[in-house]
Every structure is written in structure tokens, then in C-alpha cells.
Design a protein around this ligand. Structure first.
Ligand SMILES: *Cc1c(COP(=O)(O)O)cnc(C)c1O
Length: 381
């Protein structure tokens, strides 16, 4: 491959379409603090996503941090080891104890059937992740939360635009968090949001993201600075005009990969989630024992060919030094997560990925199995 192909490439609107927005900001002379573009984007995103209340943030991590504060979560929080580190880091930043629970071998999401056995008197919340945009077992999780009186905060950083049974996945739990980082399906360069259920909670979240200010002279909490600025918000409004076509291109790329890689021995594709309008945020494959190379050997081979796949998620969060000491981080308690972390590889997928690039990626993966089959034949002869 002549030019390097990365696992993702940011969605960027045509530059000339952005200039009028910038001119407007220069005219308004309001750069941040819930300016006009910020207000427009909150409304437009809520409408697009099919939710009632949404609060913008400068990034997804601050949104997660603030969500935990907004719900006054304390003690232990049940979460997944199979995610980006920010999920658990926000627990440590809030002085909470992550309790890792193993994942489901099909969806790669928190295994709802293993949650109950991890609940202790100190448990106050569950923080699952819709990994790769695949919906969690939301009904079962809510059922457990109701029985034990727990809050549910979804890290929905991967789940922009995902619907199941015709409804947005963002309506589940007490709060859901989105990330609009450059690498995500929808981006505002950096950015994020909290989706909540009522106006009162949105008000509290809006105070918390602005140092706790309720008005000019009233500070109601030790809030943080999590505000999205006007340039980011304007960028988001423009992105929203292009998001449907970006999602269509992702769906087509996903379908093409499935055709190309359908029958490769040892390569397992993520099953299509049931009754779901998926966003194809990632294209994860599992490299099993039947494949002639280990996952890391294939990763290296692709890299030699200028294709930068990524091992999302490896290593597991629970194996990083700041988590290793926790009882729930013990490797033998997380067999599924450990196995998948050792087999997973995310292949490049983004709207501008070209057909011949995609074919070359698939060809490299397939050629290994063909040549090893030939060498087995050779030996037999
Ligand atoms: C990207 C991501 C985050 C962090 O979001 P930022 O906007 O980069 O702060 C959190 N959780 C998951 C699962 C992510 O993929």
C-alpha cells in the first residue's frame, strides 16, 4: 500500500462549508459559554438522536466524570475491563472502586448474567459500554439495577446513532455518555455529551460542567470546566449535515468486508446485532487458533504493508498497573475478556476508505491461509 491506511480517518466536512460558520462566530464575538451554536447543536443533536435532553461537553471523558458526580455515585461501580481506559479512569478520578465483570463472548459487552454475583453492600452503580456500538443487554441490566437500587451509566462513546427495535440505545439507563473525539463516527474534533431523562437533571449537569455556577453569584457544587466552545459546536452542526452519508458508506464497507472475509478459516467476524440499526463504528475480527498466524503476527504483517489495524481492546483495562491490585482484576476471573483481548483486531473502516484499499487488506489476510494450505499440500506431496 503506497500511503498508510489507518484504522480510522476523521470525518471532515468540505473546508469552504465551514468558513461561513467561522465568520458568524467572528461577528457574534461569543466564543464559548453556551453561545448560539452550542444551543443550536444541543437541539439538533437531541432531535437527530431521538432523545429529549442532551448536554454538550468538551470531551467524552469529562462527560463521564460529570455523569458520576451528577448521580452522586459512591463506593463500588460494576464495569467492563474490555473498553478504552477512560471508562475506568473516570471512576478512579471520582474516588470510586471499579469492580470488573467478565464480558459476553458474542457481543463483547458486560455479561449481564455475571453482574449480580459482583454486587456488594458498597455497590451503587453499573457502568457498561456499548462496545463497537453493539447494544448491551439493556433490559436485563435495568432489571438488576431496579432490584438492587443501582444507577446505570452507559458509556455510549461508540454508539452514536445506534437504534435497536427502532429506538435509540441512548434512552436506556439513568445517563448515557457520547464521545465526539476525532476518531469517532461523529466528531466535533474533541467533544462529548451526556444524555439524561429530565430537565432538572440537565440543569444539574449544566451547572456541573460550568464550575457549579447556577447564576452569576451562586455556586451550587464543586463543578468542573467541561464546556464545549463555539468553534467545536459550529463544526458539529456542519458534520451533522454529512453524517447520514458517512453512516451509509460505513454500512457498505462493513458489507464488503463480510463478503471478502466470510470464509477465511480462523477469522471470526462480529455477528450483526439483532434488530439493530448499527453505526459500523469499528470492524472487529477475531483471529483464532485455526488461522496460520497469531493475532500479533497478523497485526505485524499488516503493518509491514502500511496498514495500521488496532488491537481494540488489548491490553484489558484490568491489566494496567493502576487496576492490577483490585481483586476483580484477577485474570482467571475474566477468562472471556482475556481471550478476546488476545484475538481481537480492528480493521480500517471509515467513510473515505477506498475499494482497492479494502480489497488489499482482505487479500493480505486471505493470502496467508492460501499459502499455508499450499505448504501443507507441498509437504503431503
Ligand atoms: C473515546 C472513548 C472515551 C473517551 O472519550 P473522549 O472524548 O476521547 O474523552 C470513553 N470511552 C470509550 C469507550 C471511548 O471509546
Amino acid at each position: 500500500m503506497k500511503k498508510a491506511v489507518y484504522v480510522t480517518s476523521p470525518l471532515l466536512p468540505p473546508l469552504e462549508e465551514f468558513t461561513p460558520y467561522l465568520e458568524q462566530i467572528w461577528q457574534n464575538k461569543q466564543l464559548t459559554n453556551a453561545g448560539p451554536f452550542h444551543q443550536q447543536l444541543e437541539r439538533a443533536l437531541a432531535d437527530y438522536l431521538g432523545v429529549e435532553h442532551l448536554s454538550l461537553f468538551s470531551n467524552g471523558t469529562l462527560a463521564l466524570l460529570t455523569a458520576l458526580q451528577a448521580l452522586r455515585v459512591t463506593g463500588e461501580v460494576i464495569t467492563t475491563p474490555y473498553s478504552f481506559v477512560a471508562t475506568s479512569h473516570t471512576l478512579l478520578w471520582n474516588d470510586l472502586t471499579p469492580v470488573f465483570v467478565d464480558i459476553d463472548p458474542v457481543t463483547c459487552n458486560l455479561d449481564a448474567e455475571k453482574i449480580e454475583q459482583a454486587i456488594t453492600p458498597r455497590t451503587t452503580a453499573i457502568m457498561p459500554v456499548h462496545c463497537y456500538g453493539v447494544p448491551c443487554n439493556v433490559e436485563r441490566i435495568q432489571q438488576i439495577a431496579d432490584i438492587y437500587g443501582l444507577k446505570v451509566i452507559y458509556d455510549a462513546a461508540h454508539a452514536f446513532g445506534v437504534k435497536q427495535h427502532g429506538r435509540t440505545v441512548l434512552e436506556h439507563g439513568d445517563l448515557s455518555i457520547l464521545s465526539f473525539h476525532a476518531t469517532k463516527v461523529f466528531n466535533t474534533i474533541e467533544g462529548g455529551a451526556i444524555i439524561c431523562r429530565d430537565a432538572k437533571m440537565k440543569k444539574r449537569i449544566d451547572y456541573l460542567k460550568n464550575f457549579g455556577f447556577a447564576d452569576e453569584t451562586t455556586v451550587v457544587a464543586a463543578g468542573i470546566n467541561g464546556k464545549m466552545n463555539e468553534v467545536q459546536a459550529a463544526f458539529g452542526l456542519l458534520q451533522l449535515k454529512h453524517i447520514d452519508s458517512a453512516l451509509e458508506k460505513r454500512a457498505a464497507l462493513d458489507a464488503r468486508y463480510r463478503e471478502l472475509l466470510m470464509d477465511v478459516p480462523g477469522v471470526t467476524l462480529m455477528p450483526f446485532p439483532e434488530e439493530t440499526e448499527w453505526n459500523h463504528a469499528y470492524f472487529p475480527v477475531r483471529i483464532g487458533d485455526e488461522y496460520p498466524l497469531s493475532r500479533d503476527e497478523l497485526y505485524a504483517l499488516l503493518k509491514q504493508n502500511n496498514i495500521m489495524s488496532r488491537r481494540y481492546f488489548y491490553p484489558l483495562i484490568s491489566s494496567f498497573p493502576m487496576y492490577r491490585g483490585l481483586a476483580s482484576a484477577t485474570q482467571s476471573l475474566l477468562p472471556v475478556a482475556n481471550q478476546i483481548a488476545n484475538e481481537i483486531l480492528c480493521l480500517p473502516i471509515y467513510p473515505d476508505l477506498e475499494h482497492d484499499e479494502q480489497e488489499e487488506i482482505a487479500n493480505i489476510i486471505k493470502a496467508v491461509t492460501v499459502s499455508s494450505a499450499t505448504s501443507v499440500l507441498d509437504e503431503a506431496v
